[in-house]
Write a protein that binds this ligand. Structure first.
Ligand SMILES: Cc1cc2nc3c(=O)[nH]c(=O)nc-3n(C[C@H](O)[C@H](O)[C@H](O)COP(=O)(O)OP(=O)(O)OC[C@H]3O[C@@H](n4cnc5c(N)ncnc54)[C@H](O)[C@@H]3O)c2cc1C
Length: 513
C-alpha cells in the first residue's frame, strides 16, 4: 500500500468522508479511505444485559466519560476514550466534545434529524449585518440536498417555509394526535409555525448502511481501519499535499501513504486539529477560529397533558427575526416538541409511597419542548494546539475555548417564555420551565474553525471546500461552515461534501488536479 500513489485519499468514514467516497468512486475515481476506528461487527450476536447485572445499574462507570452525557453502561465501548484522546479547555469553561471513532463515525448513533439550511443562513450578513456570508447560496447547494435526502431516505412534510426549504422527502402523512393538534393551534395563534420532524429513515441510516455500500460496490474504494492520521505531508518543491502519515493503532507502527489529492473529513474539530498539527492552510490566521455550535435547552418547558399518551410530536422552525428585527437578539432558534414520556419525579412535591403512586398515574402524560438555538460564529471562540498534552499516539491535543454570548442567553430566555405561553394557551399544566443551556459542544453540532469564504484573508477554504493555500487539499466536514442556523447540520455536511467531490472529479478530468 505504501508504494502506490492513490488518486484520492479520504480521511474519515463518517457522513462527510463517506459521501465524498460515494460520489468520487461512482465517477470511476479510485479512493483510499483511512479511519481511526475499527468497524462495528453488526453480525455479532448481541443480547441486552439486564440492568441489575451491571455494576453501575446501566448509568455507566463513574468518571469514564465526563463530557459525554449520552454515554451509559450499554454504550461505553462506542464513544472515543477520553484518556486515549484527551483535550483541554479553560478551567471554568468546559467544552463537551463528543466523539466516536468507528467506521461510520458519529452516524452510527446520530438522531437522524435532517433539515436544509436556507439563505437566512447562507446570506446571514446581508440580512442582519453580523459575521460573514457563505461564498455560496441556497441554489448552489439545493441540487445536492436533492440527492442527499433520497440517499438517507429522509421523511418529512412539505410546508413551503422560506427559512426551512422543502426537499425530496418520503411524505409524512401521519395524523397529529389531539394534544399535539391543540399545541399546534395554540402556536399558530401566536404566529409560531410548526411541522413534522424530518428524519432519515431506515435502520439507523448511517454512513455504514446508506453511503459506504454504494462506494464499495464500485470496487474503487479501499478502507483501512485503525489508521490514525497524524500529519498531512507536502511536496517540498511544489508545496502540494502528497499524502499522509498515519499510525496503525494495533501495531503502533507509522506509515506514509501517497496521494494526488487529500480530502479531510475527520469531523469538525479533528480536521482542524490535523491541519494545525500539519502546519498547513493557515495563511489567513483564521484556522481554528469561529468555532460555534447550537445551544440546547433540554426540556425548556415540561408539562402534564392527561391525553398525551403516545401522542407524538413535531418541530417549530426558526420564526424570530425573519421579516424584521423583533427582539433583543439576532438570528433565531427552533424547538422540538413532543408528548408521551413521563414527567420527571423531581417536579412533583411528593415522596415515598405517594410519589410512586403519582408517577404511576402520570405515566406517559409528559409533554416537553427542547430549544435548539443558533450560536453566533465569533473569532474569540477557537481551538488551538496544546503542545503539552498528547494523545495515546503522541499527537498533540486540542485546547478548546468556547463561551456563549449575550445573544444566545437572550434567545434561550425568549424560547422559554414562548414555549410556556403556547403550552399555557393549549391548556397544558406546566410543571417546570427554565433556560439553562447545555455546555458548549454538548449538542454534538460543533461547526466552523476552517471556514469557507470568498476572501483568502478571512477564510481557509474557497466555495468548493478547497483550501485557498493548497489546491489539492480539501476539507469537507462541518469545520467548513460559516454559520449554522438552528438546523441539525449533517444533511448540509453531506451536501457540501458531494458538491466538493463533483468539483474534484471535474477538475481531475480537465487535468487541473
Ligand atoms: C448521539 C448523536 C446524535 C446526533 N444527532 C444528529 C441529528 O439528529 N442530526 C444531525 O444532523 N446530526 C446529528 N449528530 C451529528 C452527526 O452525527 C454529525 O454531524 C456527523 O456524523 C458529522 O459527520 P463527519 O463526517 O464530520 O464526522 P463523523 O461522523 O464523526 O466521522 C469522522 C470520522 O473520522 C475519523 N477520524 C477522526 N480523526 C481521525 C484521524 N486523525 N485519522 C483518521 N480518522 C479520523 C473518526 O474515526 C470518524 O469515523 C448526532 C451525533 C451524535 C453522536
Amino acid at each position: 500500500m505504501t508504494q502506490r500513489t492513490y488518486d484520492v485519499l479520504i480521511i474519515g468514514s463518517g457522513a462527510s468522508g463517506a459521501t465524498a467516497a460515494r460520489q468520487l468512486t461512482r465517477k470511476g475515481i479510485h479512493c483510499l479511505m483511512l479511519d481511526a476506528g475499527p468497524g462495528l461487527d453488526y453480525s455479532r450476536h448481541r443480547e441486552l444485559k439486564k440492568v441489575y447485572t451491571l455494576p453501575y445499574r446501566g448509568f455507566g462507570t463513574p468518571g469514564r466519560f465526563p463530557h459525554v452525557t449520552q454515554a451509559d453502561e450499554y454504550t461505553e465501548n462506542v464513544w472515543a476514550d477520553e484518556k486515549q484522546n484527551p483535550y483541554t479547555y479553560p478551567k471554568d469553561d468546559p467544552y463537551y466534545w463528543v466523539r466516536i471513532r468507528l467506521i461510520g463515525g458519529k452516524t452510527n448513533f446520530w438522531g437522524r434529524a435532517s433539515w436544509r439550511l436556507s439563505n437566512y443562513e447562507f446570506k446571514g450578513k446581508d440580512h442582519d449585518g453580523f459575521g460573514e456570508n457563505w461564498p455560496i447560496e441556497y441554489d448552489d447547494l439545493a441540487p445536492y440536498y436533492d440527492q442527499v435526502e433520497p440517499m438517507l431516505r429522509v421523511a418529512g412534510r412539505r410546508e413551503g417555509f422560506p427559512q426551512l426549504p422543502d426537499g425530496i422527502f418520503i411524505e409524512d402523512t401521519s395524523p397529529d394526535s389531539e394534544p399535539v393538534q391543540r399545541f399546534i393551534n395554540a402556536a399558530q395563534k401566536r404566529g409560531v409555525p410548526t411541522t413534522k420532524s424530518r428524519v432519515a429513515t431506515g435502520q439507523r441510516a448511517s454512513s455504514v448502511n446508506r453511503i459506504l455500500p454504494d462506494a464499495l460496490e464500485t470496487g474503487k474504494l479501499q478502507i483501512v481501519s485503525n489508521a490514525v492520521v497524524r500529519q498531512i505531508t507536502t511536496d517540498r518543491n511544489t508545496g502540494l499535499a502528497n499524502g499522509v502519515l498515519f499510525i496503525d493503532t494495533r501495531s503502533k507502527q507509522e506509515f506514509h501513504v501517497k496521494a494526488r489529492i487529500v480530502i479531510v473529513g475527520a469531523s469538525t474539530l479533528e480536521s482542524t486539529r490535523l491541519l494545525l498539527n500539519s502546519g498547513l492552510a493557515n495563511s489567513s490566521g483564521v484556522l481554528g477560529h469561529y468555532l460555534f455550535d447550537q445551544f440546547y435547552v433540554k426540556n425548556v418547558v415540561s408539562c402534564i397533558v392527561p391525553g398525551a399518551r403516545g401522542s407524538g410530536g413535531g418541530y417549530i422552525p426558526r420564526f424570530r427575526n425573519l421579516a424584521k428585527k423583533e427582539k433583543d437578539f439576532i438570528r433565531g432558534y427552533a424547538m422540538d416538541f413532543g408528548g408521551g414520556g413521563s414527567p420527571s419525579p423531581e417536579h412533583l412535591p411528593l415522596y415515598g409511597e405517594d410519589l410512586f403512586k403519582k408517577m404511576e398515574e402520570l405515566q406517559g402524560t409528559g409533554f416537553s419542548l427542547t430549544t435548539m438555538g443558533e450560536v453566533l460564529p465569533r473569532r474569540e471562540n477557537f481551538v488551538a494546539i496544546n503542545k503539552s498534552v498528547t494523545d495515546a499516539w503522541g499527537i498533540p491535543a486540542l485546547h478548546i475555548t468556547a463561551k456563549y454570548s449575550q445573544n444566545e442567553f437572550a434567545m434561550a430566555k425568549d424560547s422559554m417564555n414562548t414555549a410556556a405561553e403556547i403550552c399555557h394557551d393549549a391548556g397544558f399544566q406546566i410543571l417546570e420551565k427554565h433556560w439553562q443551556m447545555v455546555p458548549p459542544g454538548e449538542s454534538i453540532h460543533e461547526l466552523g474553525t476552517c471556514r469557507m469564504g470568498a476572501d483568502p484573508k478571512t477564510s481557509v477554504l474557497n466555495k468548493w471546500n478547497q483550501t485557498h493555500d493548497i489546491k489539492n487539499l480539501f476539507v469537507v466536514d462541518g469545520s467548513s461552515f460559516v454559520s449554522g442556523g438552528s438546523q441539525n447540520p449533517t444533511l448540509t455536511v453531506c451536501a457540501l461534501s458531494m458538491r466538493a467531490s463533483d468539483y474534484i472529479a471535474a477538475q481531475m478530468q480537465k487535468g487541473d488536479l
